[in-house]
Design a protein. Structure first.
Length: 279
């Protein structure tokens, strides 16, 4: 499929209320289906809301939980990426993003970069993911998922591009003041997304939360970018579904004119990193 219609589901979640958030998901999925969206992306931890100190014993769910089955049924005929606190078989708890395609689980990404700076405490509650894999959608599209702070780890977007990703799924939970100091969250994300898309010739779907919860002020701003870093659609600060059409040929053209991935030298980087690690 050369062209892919994608959407970002910017929703105002209810903290810790999985039933209410599940209803928000189902409603947004139906709206996306009516607009013939092929891939819909929800924010990070969308099923529970982003909680600075989550009650993981109450909120964690396995990927075969009833709530996930409800979403599977709702996604027949489309693809949906949503976030949950994942309870693994070994009892470990992860910040995960699940990709459902046509009624079944196709891919699970466990967050790799767990922030413990500013007002962020994820490293105290979740286990770090142990692998980074891509998944295919509609033959031509190779998807890599980067959950929020994953996008700020310099090696991960580069690795995604080297692995062959042409579309980044980027669910986030960005609130004003979360990092602290003079850091500008909305401005920082604009720079980060544009740099990544332009440098590596990838399209991106970023989905953020919206609304204020206690000390968290989620600024929204969900957006869809092409491989030249052009913003194709951008949300405001409230609940909203945004959509745009991506073209795999446009991505190939962007990489032809700025062949960063082609000219990368991972063998050289490996030798340099090995020298640093064994120093």
């Amino acid at each position: 499929m050369r062209k892919l219609k994608v959407g970002a589901a910017q929703i105002e979640c209810v903290p810790g209320d999985i039933a209410q958030n599940l209803a928000l998901h189902v409603d947004m999925i139906e709206q996306a289906k009516q607009q013939h969206v092929h891939l819909l992306v929800f924010p990070e931890l969308s099923l529970t809301d982003y909680l600075s100190e989550p009650d993981v014993s109450r909120l964690a769910r396995s990927v075969d939980a009833n709530e996930v089955q409800v979403l599977c049924a709702a996604t027949r005929g489309t693809a949906v990426s949503f976030g949950l606190i994942e309870q693994a078989d070994d009892g470990r708890v992860y910040n995960s993003q699940v990709l459902l395609v046509n009624g079944r689980i196709q891919h699970v990404h466990r967050k790799l970069n767990l922030p413990t700076y500013g007002n962020l405490k994820e490293g105290y509650f979740y286990v770090k993911g142990a692998e980074f894999t891509l998944t295919s959608l509609c033959d031509d599209w190779q998807l890599a998922t980067l959950i929020c702070a994953d996008s700020w780890s310099p090696g991960l977007p580069w690795l995604a591009a080297l692995k062959g990703a042409n579309l980044l799924v980027q669910p986030i939970a960005s609130a004003r003041g979360a990092v602290g100091g003079d850091f500008d969250n909305p401005g920082g994300w604009d720079l980060n997304l544009r740099y990544t898309c332009m440098t590596y010739g990838v399209a991106a779907v970023m989905a953020n939360h919206c609304g204020r919860r206690d000390n968290l002020d989620f600024w929204g701003g969900s957006c869809i970018l092409d491989a030249n870093a052009k913003v194709l659609a951008c949300a405001g600060e409230g609940s909203e579904l945004i959509t745009a059409e991506l073209d795999v040929l446009q991505i190939a053209d962007a990489r032809l004119h700025l062949p960063t991935v082609r000219d990368s030298d991972p063998a050289f980087m490996h030798s340099q990193l090995t020298a640093i690690v064994t120093r």
